[in-house]
Design a binder for this molecule. Structure first.
Ligand code: NAD
Ligand code: UGA
Length: 461
């Protein structure tokens, strides 16, 4: 079946960019991205491309080329499903906060709701693609919901039929467009060879055939969780070694380079930092932990759980270190926080290490001046709201304003502008003795030292 119309349910960080690239690379396919969130859809339709709801380098150009041509954003979910040959489910799958599996299992209510909508509104034969990251065997649930609607003909007409595929997304935020335009691989899991080839035909319009992997449904679902678990594990591994480097005089950058030169290990994902953030690593590992427990594999569950525990520890460790360096108390002291996003080149703050570290500092009585080039103040307010007094922090429009009267600068995101800060000028605006804590190994350390600042860097000390 050659695909001519696609509907994607969920206009978030995955649905929006993924569908924009499909529309860009497949001009013969009409792509409609739908969402219940009117404000989000309005932002996707904003004539000013700098106001798209997702900040990703290069996304504005892709959307600018396709929007209104073969890329549409809408809240009209039902007609978009009815018109589609293929429906992607790209809804959120966060960790459950209550009930069975709370704190570990994925909350599948949005997947279930969207599968029910597809069951109700689809017409003719529809290929349903799991794009969200899901626990292994979720396709069973999706199939059960769809098959209850299959062959039911309340008003007569053409019978409905469905095929379900798993097609997890591997893009990373900040590099979503190049990741989508030139993926290491595309993974398609399924049981119906025709459906698999239909989806492979969409990707085949720009992805070389040898990079399109076909597996069974369960391997595909599990590969996504496993990929994220392995990536996160590398970060916890290097962060554990960073702490040992600080204690022994080794330099984590030198260690990372030395081990990464072994091509069995490889050089990527060995940057020490404040711990991993983002909406997925923690949630996907916790999901894996839950699944292992469910299948009675308690040793395996504990093994993966330790990756998350080390990450939590690293975040608290950094906050403790700031307190200890500033003579054991932060009461009334001003700290300039540079960067709030969970990594550079995104406006996303979900699970950013900045949240936990800032909360720890605020609990110690610090006053924070926060600067991030892309995160808006209202988002930071939401992130810090639960446990903190809003009078104790504020956002500023430049690093320069953040450092006025500060006892310390704390760099939490590796925005490239932080590599070029004028440390002599910054030092002149701070209260001394003054510190810089570089959790991303991004600043010009020798310039900061030369300016009379005490410098601490992760994995170096
Ligand atoms: P998101 O929260 O940014 O977007 C999900 C969107 O789905 C929201 O806008 C929400 O309103 C919408 N939605 C939920 N239920 C709906 C329904 N019934 N009908 C219409 N719209 C509905 O989430 P995201 O970051 O795009 O992640 C989506 C999935 O992709 C998750 O499973 C995630 O694990 C996975 N994933 C995310 C990334 C990433 O970089 N963010 C990368 C790979 C995979
Ligand atoms: C990650 C994966 O890289 C994607 O393949 C996956 O699709 C996605 O999760 C997902 O499923 O959501 P993302 O979280 O967007 O992508 O960004 P990463 O580049 O992986 O960074 C995650 C976190 O790890 C960030 O906080 C980053 O600063 C940190 N990190 C990354 C390090 O501390 N050190 C590193 O060497 C690499």
């Amino acid at each position: 079946m050659s695909i001519r119309t696609i509907c994607c349910i969920g206009a978030g960080y995955v649905g929006g960019p993924t569908m924009a690239v499909i529309a860009d690379r497949c001009p013969g396919i009409q792509v409609t991205v739908v969402d219940l969130n009117q404000a989000r859809i309005d932002a996707w339709n904003d004539p000013d491309l700098s106001k798209l709801p997702v900040y990703e380098p290069g996304l504005d150009a892709v959307v600018g080329r396709c929007r209104g041509r073969n890329l549409h954003f809408s809240t009209a979910v039902e007609p978009a499903i009815a018109a589609a040959d293929m429906v992607f489910l790209s809804v959120n799958t966060p960790t459950k906060t209550k009930g069975v599996g709370a704190g570990q299992a994925s909350d599948l209510r949005w997947i279930e709701a969207s599968a029910r909508q597809v069951a109700a509104c689809a017409q003719g034969h529809t290929i349903v693609v799991e794009k969200s990251t899901l626990p292994v065997r979720t396709a069973e649930t999706v199939k059960a919901i769809l098959s209850a609607a299959q062959d039911v003909l309340p008003g007569g007409g053409e019978p409905k039929s469905f095929a379900v595929l798993s097609n997890p997304e591997f893009l990373a935020e900040g590099t979503a467009i190049p990741d989508l335009e030139s993926p290491d691989r595309v993974l398609i899991g399924g049981e119906d060879p025709q459906a698999i080839e239909s989806l492979a035909g969409v990707y085949g319009q720009w992805v070389p055939q040898e990079r399109i992997l076909r597996t069974n449904l369960w391997s595909s679902e599990l590969s996504k969780l496993t990929a994220n678990a392995f990536l996160a594990q590398r970060i916890s591994s290097i962060n554990s070694i960073a702490a040992l480097c600080e204690a022994t005089g080794a330099d984590v950058q030198e260690v990372a380079h030395a081990i990464g030169a072994d091509n069995r290990i490889g050089s990527k994902f060995l940057k020490a930092g404040p711990g991993f953030g983002g909406s997925c690593f923690q949630k996907d590992i916790l999901n894996l932990v839950y699944l292992c427990g469910y299948y009675g594999l308690h040793k395996v569950a504990a093994y993966w759980q330790s990756v998350v525990e080390l990450n939590d520890w690293q975040q608290h460790r950094i906050a403790r270190l700031v307190v200890q360096s500033l003579f054991g108390t932060l009461t009334g002291k001003r700290i300039a926080v540079l960067g709030f996003a969970f990594k550079a080149d995104t406006n996303d703050t979900r699970e950013t290490p900045a949240i936990r570290i800032c909360q720890d500092l605020l609990e110690e009585g610090a006053r924070l001046a926060i600067y991030d080039p892309k995160v808006v103040e209202s988002q930071i307010a939401k992130d810090l709201s639960c446990s903190t007094d809003p009078d104790l922090w504020h956002c500023v429009p430049s690093p320069d304003q953040a450092v006025v009267g500060a006892d310390a600068v704390l760099v939490l995101t590796e925005w490239s502008i932080f590599a070029d800060l004028d440390w002599a000028h910054i030092a002149s605006r701070m209260r001394h003795p003054a510190w810089v804590f570089d959790t991303r190994l991004i600043i010009n350390q020798s310039a900061a030292r030369a300016a009379g600042l005490n410098v601490w860097s992760v994995g170096i000390g």
